[in-house]
Write a protein that binds this ligand. Structure first.
Ligand SMILES: Cc1cc2nc3c(=O)[nH]c(=O)nc-3n(C[C@H](O)[C@H](O)[C@H](O)COP(=O)(O)OP(=O)(O)OC[C@H]3O[C@@H](n4cnc5c(N)ncnc54)[C@H](O)[C@@H]3O)c2cc1C
Length: 500
């Protein structure tokens, strides 16, 4: 029987930070199946550091963006714990960008009333932080990483999470653990167009739900307003910090349109900007709007956003000279597995933190650059709780073999997972986008339910079937939650138009 003290599923900022905050006498196993979104983070980390700023102002901005439906205790915890976690990152060696007087530089982003987003490597905050933390993980003797491993099921005994079923190298295996941490990130890749890494499909949320974990707020999918369609690849994010330093949004006729929509104009909360772009795109029948930086200096933009500059330059676009075509795409998952402020779920010994978790901290719409902070603050809390509740006891005995239902052998034929995934992406994009209609949501539900029923009987025949089943299930969680709730924040339902 394979066992570990702490099993952390996910190697992004949330999972990594939990691991690094645990003592070295614990045996820790981490696992991952795709690259993390954490490495992609551009804008930075929101924290109120300046004398003229305050925790209260950051809290107010978070609540305003979230439409005051946030869990206020979670918001206070997030913001008031920020200085300690940034201090820890600095002690670990993260170098945040500084001005000539060696003060940390901070930028304005959408929905913030003060420039408070600190960054590293210009627009490569995620990469700068993660490369350093990954090195620490790799040099820790008590931490092993199972790369290319996919979580398939949680093993639960009397409301207590005791292990998992996972696939690695084509075989299905069981691993038992005293504490299990879900740090599996979001579900942007359930959509055809996303800023997320391929593989960010959120199936771990469905897996947790099947095991009895409570989930909430699945309808709140945040679309980022400004993604650029790379010539050779998918969508590439242009950070909100670009608008924070003064970039405008123009419609197809080269007119600014945010002036009429919100007092903060281009720096309104994300859901508002995305919906405004959606409306412009719908009315002009152009597939994008433009990000205009022509009034800003190329040299400054190149120094401040080196990675974005390089990426656009490869496509022949120069910041400060050319208009950049942008469009909103799926970006951040607000809902997920319900946890308290220590990352505890309703199942004993099962924790969740980072994007997969739902503490209620973001309300109906996440404030820009609050999510890396969420990984740090709640990741630290999870580690603290594990440490204070770890007893060196044997795992509870479990009489059923979790592999019993599986009929899979390496030679079993499968219906292709990628075909199912493409179909799900089409449904989510068409029917569950920025603007939703009840009739479209019902259509999505019936398509997904039909596919789920087809796969139900063959779910354990092949890894592909199990993975497809989980993907359909998490998509259905989004659709059903959207159907059950009225419009708010980034869940925008329009009045039914005739003919739809
Ligand atoms: C392009 C981009 C830019 C962003 N910029 C910012 C920013 O500037 N500031 C900010 O605050 N936020 C930003 N965000 C959001 C932020 O990066 C994420 O919310 C955060 O990094 C999520 O971290 P995480 O650890 O929860 O998940 P991730 O970093 O996505 O890691 C998820 C991990 O779980 C693993 N996993 C998932 N499912 C399974 C499974 N079934 N089996 C095994 N392993 C699994 C993955 O392999 C991966 O290791 C940005 C996001 C994107 C996509």
């Amino acid at each position: 029987m394979k066992t570990t003290d702490v099993l952390i599923i996910g190697t992004g900022l949330a999972g990594t930070y939990v691991a690094l905050n645990l003592p070295s006498n614990l045996d820790i196993t981490m696992m991952c199946h795709h690259s993390t979104n954490s490495t992609l983070a551009q804008g930075g980390i929101a924290i109120s550091l300046d004398q003229k700023d305050s925790f209260e102002a950051h809290i107010d901005d978070t609540l305003t963006a979230g439409r005051h439906t946030n869990n206020i205790e979670a918001v206070k915890t997030l913001i008031e714990s920020a200085p300690d976690q940034i201090h820890t990152l600095k002690k670990l060696g993260v170098e945040f960008d500084q001005d000539a007087k060696q003060n940390i530089r901070a930028t304005l982003e959408g929905g913030h009333s003060f420039p408070r987003v600190i960054h590293a490597g210009g627009d490569q905050t995620g990469q700068s932080v993660m490369s350093l933390l990954d090195r620490k993980i790799n040099s820790s003797d008590n931490i092993q990483i199972l790369r290319g491993a996919s979580l398939l099921e949680l093993v639960v005994h009397h409301q207590e999470a005791i292990g998992i079923v996972y696939e690695m190298d084509g075989t299905i295996q069981v691993l038992y653990a005293k504490h299990i941490v879900m740090a599996t990130g979001g579900l942007g890749d359930l959509y055809e167009h996303t800023t997320n890494q391929e593989g960010s499909t959120g199936e771990a949320i469905a897996i947790a739900a099947f095991a009895g974990a409570k989930c909430q707020d699945m309808r709140y999918i945040q679309f980022h307003p400004t993604a650029y369609k790379n010539k050779d690849k998918g969508y590439f994010l242009i950070t909100e910090a670009m608008r924070g330093v003064g970039a405008y949004l123009l419609d197809a006729h080269k007119n600014r349109f945010m002036d009429h929509i919100h007092p903060l104009k281009e720096l309104a909360p994300r859901d508002i900007v995305s919906k405004a772009i959606y409306d412009v795109i719908t009315s002009t029948h152009e597939p994008f709007v433009y990000l205009d930086t022509r009034h800003l200096k190329t040299a400054y933009l190149k120094e401040r956003f080196p990675n974005i500059y390089k990426t656009l330059e490869k496509d022949g676009l120069i910041l400060g000279v050319d208009l950049i075509p942008v469009t909103p795409v799926a970006h951040y998952t607000i809902g997920g597995i319900c946890t308290d402020l220590m990352g505890r779920t309703n199942l004993k010994h099962l924790y969740a933190c980072g994007e997969v978790a739902s503490t209620g901290v973001h309300g109906a719409n996440r404030l820009a650059s609050n999510s890396l902070l969420e990984c740090l603050v709640f990741g630290k809390n999870v580690a603290e709780h594990i440490v204070s509740h770890h007893e060196d006891l044997p795992l509870p005995s479990y009489s059923i073999n979790p592999l019993d239902p599986w009929k899979y052998t390496k030679t079993t034929a499968s219906q292709n997972y990628l075909v199912h995934k493409a179909y799900i992406q089409e449904i989510m994009t068409k029917h569950v986008g920025i603007v939703r209609y009840d009739s479209q949501l019902r259509l999505a539900k019936s398509k997904l339910t039909r596919l789920l029923h087809q796969l139900k009987k063959v779910r354990y025949d092949h890894i592909d079937h199990a993975k497809s089943y989980n993907l359909i299930s998490v998509s259905l969680m989004v659709v059903e939650d959207a159907l059950a709730h009225e419009s708010l924040g980034c869940h925008y339902k329009d009045i039914e138009k005739k003919g739809l």
